[in-house]
Design a protein around this ligand. Structure first.
Ligand code: IPM
Ligand code: SF4
Length: 428
């Protein structure tokens, strides 16, 4: 019997015999941000265990609320800062160099095929786009990870998606993953790994693969995984060129992190995506998904383009293409948060920031920002936001506010119309 990629990663990282279904794995990366890590740090300190297993494998960022907005968030930043200094954690991204964790860590080349990654953040599944096993964990697991460099997991039962065909113009990775979550429902993949395969995924950029893996958790999935290929090698090349003499050599090495033909799956879903339409959520659960056509005309108050789902350069380019030479409706506020300083710089150089500003958008610093209603861009009671983020939970962006999840193209078109609309209307 063959093995899935997740099983292969488990086999190569297991530190002891599984008992009964607890697999203790060695960790290649422990990622940290200022919302959950200070709790772990404070607890470790209180227990007299203020140590780290390996400062080079721990990467940390302040991203959710930055620059600090009040005394509480200032304190969280301070705890992180002092901890990083105390333990020689060199890859710590503070104000001015910081961006959204799941965008900045891949961008720095910290994730590689075959890696095991944990973080105290539910969207850690994003990093599976590189052919890694990456999972969000709670405080106790995070503490053990920081201290010992290990984490225990259940056997990685896997659901496989084979996505065939070709996406129509105006249809993007976000539409694909919203469609998938609709099929699975919000707990259809609970405690399972979701493999994304097939020609649609093979053609996707790393950014798009991160978008689909990012939302695996919205169907309950522990991790989303794509197989590493030349797209992965190209993305990582600057970071790995000392390890391999050619890209082909890197690819040959990474190809061990691909599922076998005869691997066993919990379920296999196969879809032809050629007729997929732009999708959007309604209600307060990410599996409440309709085609944009069916939601057309729904009035919004705010448009948010950003986050670990869709705040990358590819996303800003797509939105800018729709916005170029146009103005957003007088009735809406537009906010864009480039996910990292590098993305911000690229957007500046490419004239994308000008396009956003000329259209009437407010451009913020790289941060999670409006995504979770803890920082800027909070909605008032009864307000509606068209957003490229990943969660439409009740009150997510502010008490009494509603969020409709959509692609950056649809969000940009919606900003112009002031109501949910199809991006095709505005594309050249
Ligand atoms: C703050 C953090 C723990 C949380 C998460 O785990 O996902 C946040 O990033 C979110 O998106 O809701
Ligand atoms: S951008 Fe949003 S979903 Fe992503 S880590 Fe930040 S708060 Fe969580």
């Amino acid at each position: 019997m063959g093995k899935t990629i997740a099983e292969k990663i488990f086999d190569s990282h297991r530190v002891e015999e599984p008992f009964p279904d607890t697999h203790v794995l060695k960790l290649d990366r422990v990622f940290c941000h200022e919302i959950t890590t200070p709790i772990a740090i404070t607890d470790l300190m209180a227990r007299g265990m203020d140590r780290v297993f390996d400062p080079t494998k721990i990467k940390a960022v302040i991203d959710h609320v930055t620059p600090a907005k009040d005394s509480k968030t200032a304190e969280q930043g301070k705890i992180m800062r002092e901890w990083a200094k105390r333990h020689g954690i060199k890859d710590f991204f503070d104000v001015g160099r910081n961006g959204v964790c799941h965008a900045i860590f891949p961008e720095k080349g910290f994730v590689r095929p075959g890696y095991t990654v944990i973080m105290g953040d539910s969207h850690t599944c994003t990093h599976g786009a590189f052919g890694a096993f990456a999972a969000g964990v709670g405080t106790t697991d995070l503490e053990v990870g920081i201290l010992k460099g290990v984490c225990s997991f259940h056997f990685p039962k896997t659901i496989k998606f084979v996505l065939n065909g070709e996406l129509k113009p105006g249809v993007y990775a976000k539409d694909v993953i919203l469609f998938i979550i609709k099929q699975l429902t919000v707990n259809g993949a609970t405690n399972k790994v979701i493999e994304f395969t097939g020609p649609i995924v093979e053609k996707m950029s790393m950014e798009s693969r991160m978008t689909i893996c990012n939302m695996a958790i919205e169907a309950g999935g522990t991790c989303g995984i794509c197989y590493p290929d030349m797209t992965t090698v190209d993305y990582l090349w600057d970071f790995i060129k000392d390890e391999y003499s050619t890209k082909e050599e890197a690819l040959a090495d990474y190809s061990k992190w691909v599922s076998d033909e005869d691997a066993e799956y919990e379920e296999i879903y196969e879809y032809d995506m050629s007729e997929l339409e732009p999708m959007v959520t309604f209600g307060y659960k990410p599996d409440q998904v309709k085609s944009v056509k069916d939601m057309e005309g729904t009035k919004v108050d705010q448009i948010y383009i950003g986050s670990c789902t869709n705040g990358r350069i590819e996303d800003l380019r797509v939105a800018a293409k729709v916005l170029e030479g146009k103005k957003i409706s007088d009735d809406v506020r537009g906010i864009v948060s480039p996910a990292t300083p590098k993305i911000y710089s690229m957007a500046l150089k490419e004239g994308i920031i000008d396009i956003f500003q000329d259209a009437g958008f407010c451009v913020t610093n790289p941060t999670c920002g409006a995504c979770l209603g803890m920082s800027n861009g909070v909605l008032a009671e009864g307000e509606v936001c068209a957003s490229t983020t990943n969660r439409n939970f009740n009150g997510r962006m502010g008490k009494g506010g509603t969020v409709h999840l959509m692609s950056p193209a649809t969000a940009a078109a919606t900003a112009i119309a002031g109501a949910i609309t199809n991006s095709e209307l505005f594309e050249a």
